[in-house]
Every structure is written in structure tokens, then in C-alpha cells.
Design a protein. Structure first.
Length: 57
């Protein structure tokens, strides 16, 4: 058994490679999230996070 994000597992579920063992208990999650306070972030990290956010749009 594994716990994996829905967006990562859905293609494998569709092909029948993976099977849900406990579908009633499955909480759909799109993927990992990062939470941070920008005002305490050093400028290089702030620029990197802004770049990632822009690419996601």
C-alpha cells in the first residue's frame, strides 16, 4: 500500500496498474504545497519562488 497524490496516481489508476484499496477513505490532493511568509524570505529565495509561481500560471 502507498499514499500518493491524486494527480500523480490517476494515470496509473486509469490504466489499471494501481487499484484503490480503501476508496471511501481517499482524500483527493492535487499535489504538494508550500506555505511561507514572504516578508521573512531572503531576496534570492523570494525571486526563486516568484519564478516558480509565474511558471505555474
Amino acid at each position: 500500500m502507498i499514499c500518493i497524490f491524486q494527480t500523480w496516481s490517476q494515470p496509473h489508476l486509469n490504466r489499471g496498474v494501481l487499484v484503490q484499496a480503501l476508496p471511501d477513505l481517499w482524500t483527493p490532493l492535487d499535489g504538494p504545497r508550500l506555505y511561507f511568509l514572504r516578508r521573512f524570505m531572503p531576496p534570492p529565495r523570494h525571486a526563486f519562488v516568484d519564478l516558480l509561481a509565474e511558471q505555474r500560471r
